[in-house]
Ligand binder design. Structure first.
Ligand code: URA
Length: 461
């Protein structure tokens, strides 16, 4: 039996270096004990100085596994290091292991990664600062109890958003302190050490207004998004419920305020939105899917394209339109003279809906409820990006954008107007073109698709 001692519970680098050496030396997963600090996992274990992997050792480590492992390491599951090592060991013989989502080990790792992502999201969404005075100047202090080892990973997020304040985040395992120049780490704290009372600092309120867009926030949805146990730490819950009454008329005003508060930089608001969407549970599709696939593209894009939902490859890559439909879409865009990198591409539904069939995941159409639940995100994307032209790719996108069932044949071929006043164009979905069995018809329909893209582009100059 051999023991590897990692310095911290989230020590990815330590795990990776040790695991490489062990795999290269052919050490079996059942012969390794992983422990953290000097907490012995097994009193009889013999400490091991893991030899570094020899330079010649070629390990099969796909990028997707590294990404997965980075999340899994943050889990509170005591078996995480050994599960990862078992996977790394199997990867040497089964290079496609991470793509096998039916494999129990892969499923377990994905489940852990998902729980970690949700916890990261919760900390970002629900942590609240209270103001205290320190040496005559304000310091903002927050208390948070994460379920996983996500605090260090989240430090950059808080640093980016609150760089101009002095703040401390206290958690049971460690604390973070930012003095405006240096970020330091301290020991864990107890809730009693955190200040109580009324908090909230204006910047955060405004940030929140942009993230949760209260005008759209129905009470039931709110309860779902914000578990009750977080509410007590959230004074702006009051702000939010007050705003619900103001309803839709306030929406654009709120987003304008958020824009102004971040110096007109909607990139920050968009990132906040994307981070929120990563933990979305608005409909049950988040459960089997690997991750939220959010929109992609510059926030000042003049054109926005909306597809149906991510497919198998998009779900794995975390990006919209990268699979076969995406390749056809890319080709058509190029032919229409449109530079995809200057457009914003997203989907009506942000999670992959599928039916498992053996090892394959077969695309399933999102239903009306799922489209409706996900409109929350597309409306906010639209409000932030304010594209001059929104192109609906297929019936699901059109239904989401117009809030009603749309017949493509009837609405195709002219500029339409969305409820927010923006211009829109409806065309077919690239997958429809891929499914056409008749080659001549497929070519003809592809030509019509390219013409639609050109016309939509031309309509906005
Ligand atoms: N189909 C879609 O509608 N969206 C994608 O991102 C991929 C396939």
């Amino acid at each position: 039996m051999q023991t590897v001692t990692l310095s911290e519970p989230d020590d990815f680098d330590g795990w990776r270096d040790a695991a490489r050496g062990l795999v290269a030396s052919g050490v079996a997963p059942e012969d390794v004990i992983w422990q953290i600090g000097d907490t012995p996992a097994d009193l009889f274990a013999v400490p091991l100085d893991v030899p570094p992997a020899p330079p010649s050792a070629k390990l099969a480590v796909p990028r997707a596994f590294i990404d997965l492992a980075r999340s899994v390491v943050l889990s509170a599951d005591p078996e995480r290091f050994s599960l990862l090592y078992t996977s790394l060991d199997r990867l040497q013989r089964e290079p496609k292991l991470v793509e096998d989502h039916a494999d129990p080990l892969v499923r377990r790792l994905e489940g852990l990664a998902k729980a970690v992502r949700r916890d990261i999201h919760k900390m970002r969404a629900f942590l609240r600062f209270r103001e205290v005075e320190e040496d005559g100047t304000p310091r903002f202090v927050a208390w948070f109890e994460p379920e996983h080892h996500i605090v260090r990973t989240n430090a950059a997020f808080f640093l980016n958003r609150f760089a101009s304040m002095r703040w401390s985040i206290l958690t049971p395992a460690l604390s973070l302190h930012w003095d405006g120049t240096i970020l330091t780490e301290g020991p864990g704290a107890s809730k009693a050490e955190a200040p109580e009372g009324d908090p909230v600092e204006e910047v955060w309120k405004t940030y929140y207004a942009s993230v949760f867009n209260p005008a759209r926030l129905k009470k039931s949805a709110m309860l779902k998004e914000m578990p009750r146990r977080y509410w007590k730490n959230m004074p702006e819950t009051m702000l939010v419920s007050g705003l619900i009454a103001g309803a839709q008329a306030r929406e654009s005003g709120m987003i304008e305020t958020a824009r102004a508060s971040i110096g007109g930089n909607s990139q920050i608001a968009w990132e906040a939105l994307r981070d929120e969407a990563a933990g979305c549970t608005r409909c049950p599709l988040y459960k089997p899917a690997t991750r939220t696939v959010f929109g992609q593209g510059p926030v000042d894009a003049a054109m926005m394209f909306v597809g149906e939902q991510p497919g198998d490859q998009e779900d794995l890559a975390g990006m919209p339109f990268v699979g076969p439909a995406g390749q056809l879409f890319d080709r058509a865009l190029a032919q229409a003279g449109i530079d995809r990198s200057r457009t914003y591409v997203t989907n009506a539904v942000k999670h992959f809906k599928f039916e498992p069939r053996g090892k394959r995941r077969i695309h399933a159409k999102p239903d009306g409820g799922e489209i409706e639940a996900c409109r929350w995100w597309i409306e906010q994307e639209t409000a932030l990006i304010r594209p001059k032209m929104t192109v609906a790719l297929g019936a699901t996108a059109a239904r989401s954008l117009f809030g009603r069932v749309v017949t493509i044949g009837r609405e195709r071929g002219r500029v339409l107007t969305l409820a927010n006043g923006g211009a829109a164009w409806i065309t077919v979905h690239p997958s429809y073109l891929l499914r056409l069995p008749d080659k001549a018809l497929a070519e003809e329909e592809y030509g019509r698709f390219v013409e639609d893209l050109k016309a939509a582009y031309a309509a906005v100059g």
